[in-house]
Design a protein around this ligand. Structure first.
Ligand SMILES: [Zn+2]
Ligand SMILES: [Zn+2]
Length: 290
């Protein structure tokens, strides 16, 4: 794909100095330069053309290259703003008690950041639209922005109420590319029918929305954590891992020179959350290293 080829370059320095440490990143960038053939076997599978009713059918996004991401002035950690916050707005504290700790572990591993869970609070007035019995992401966002802690890299709100965004009838989550605030809802994740699956969905959703909060837009290149999803089935079909293009963006953003360190942390966080990773969730390039 044009964007993927044009957008990525190997790191200019450190390939010899850092030897093995830089190798995984170089391999990832290489992988992103040479997209897999459709339906073929490779590190990651190319996204097939969208079908009616799927996200990219409804919202034909163009995708963003690594170079475009770097040039987009994305949200990045600063010396003062390094902490990730989870802001719970829960009406049923008896829900999944392991949900927030698991989310904390995954976000910490994914973003190499300290993660803090804020005390649960009622929704701010105006954020809950009584006539729709839904939370408005756009009405909640200004409250989250106003209350951003001084050291916050970003804040991800979690509500168990149904959510909507703009003119969409409902949404699983929303994350601003610039404001450092986002929200996800556990209301439509099927917790009653299958708590373990619901937790997995919540975790993947948290990682996806948090990706938006570091200015990662939807991915249109590969099957990827950052694929847009209109339905829970579409969300289930995306892996809980970033494709090479999005992974390169994140590693550049956070200054991660060895993505395998991050992978090992993520594997531990997935295990602690009681979640098995799909075969395509894990960074299979680990095999290439050894
Ligand atoms: Zn999204
Ligand atoms: Zn991607």
């Amino acid at each position: 794909m044009r964007e993927a080829r044009a957008g990525l370059r190997k790191p200019r320095s450190g390939r010899i100095l850092y030897g093995v440490r830089i190798l995984p990143l170089a391999l990832l960038l290489l992988a992103a330069r040479e997209p897999d053939v459709e339906g073929g076997k490779g590190l990651f599978r190319r996204l097939r053309p969208p079908e009616p009713g799927e996200w990219l059918w409804v919202y034909p996004e163009e995708g963003q290259t690594f170079a475009e991401y770097r040039a987009s002035d994305p949200v990045r950690p600063t010396a003062e703003r390094r902490t990730v916050y989870i802001a719970p707005f829960l009406t049923r504290p008896a829900g999944d008690p392991a949900l927030l700790p698991a989310m904390k572990g995954l976000l910490s591993a994914s973003f190499a950041a300290e993660v803090r869970i804020l005390p649960p609070r009622p929704l701010p007035s105006g954020a809950y639209v009584r006539a729709r019995r839904q939370v408005s992401a756009f009405a909640l966002a200004p409250h989250l922005v106003r209350e951003l802690p001084g050291d916050a890299l970003f804040v991800l709100a979690v509500t168990d109420r149904d959510l909507f965004v703009g003119d969409l009838s409902h949404a699983f989550g929303w994350g601003s590319l610039k404001l450092r605030v986002g929200v996800l809802s556990t209301a439509r994740l099927g917790a009653e029918a299958d708590p373990a699956l619901a937790r997995r969905r919540a975790m993947t959703l948290a990682l996806h929305e948090a990706g938006h909060l570091l200015s990662l837009p939807h991915c249109t290149f590969y099957r990827c954590l950052m694929n847009g999803a209109l339905t829970v089935e579409e969300a289930d079909a995306r892996p809980a891992a970033l494709c090479p293009v999005c992974r390169a963006k994140l590693c550049w953003n956070l200054g991660i020179t060895d993505p395998m360190d991050r992978e090992r942390s993520l594997a531990g966080a997935f295990a602690a959350a009681g979640m098995e990773r799909d075969s395509d969730d894990a960074l299979t390039i680990a095999g290439a290293k050894g």
